[in-house]
Write a protein that binds this ligand. Structure first.
Ligand SMILES: [Zn+2]
Length: 119
């Protein structure tokens, strides 16, 4: 039996690559920029106006339980038509928004606040 050099046959073409080859046209692939489909990381300088940082009113004033009888307070978070102002507009944090929503709904039930402003 002759010598079986499987390893030599396997790596014969990979073994020596010229390190000093001057290939100038090798890396000349056109820079292609894939159109971003709006993925993550596309936040560069698109803001025209910077709104002030909103803080939750209830967190600031340390209001834990929102009283549904406090109509003056609730009205600040109810739009003119009787809708509850969404959190992203009012800046209320999530736990407080939930309590606020409940309070507003309670207030509606006893007619302190309108369900919808009737004209
Ligand atoms: Zn809060």
């Amino acid at each position: 039996m002759a010598e079986e050099m499987r390893a030599a046959a396997h790596g014969s073409s990979v073994g020596d690559r010229p390190s000093s080859g001057d290939r100038s046209s090798g890396s000349d692939r056109g820079e292609r920029r894939p159109p971003r489909p709006g993925g993550p990381g596309g936040r560069e300088g698109g803001r025209k106006y910077f709104r002030r940082k909103k803080v939750c009113k209830f967190c600031v004033e340390k209001i834990d339980a929102i009283n549904y009888k406090d109509v003056g307070l609730l009205r600040q978070f109810v739009a003119e038509r009787g809708k509850i102002v969404p959190r992203r507009l009012s800046g209320v944090c999530t736990p407080h928004q939930r309590r606020l929503t409940n309070a507003i709904k309670q207030a509606r039930n006893i007619a302190l606040l309108p369900f919808a402003a009737g004209f």
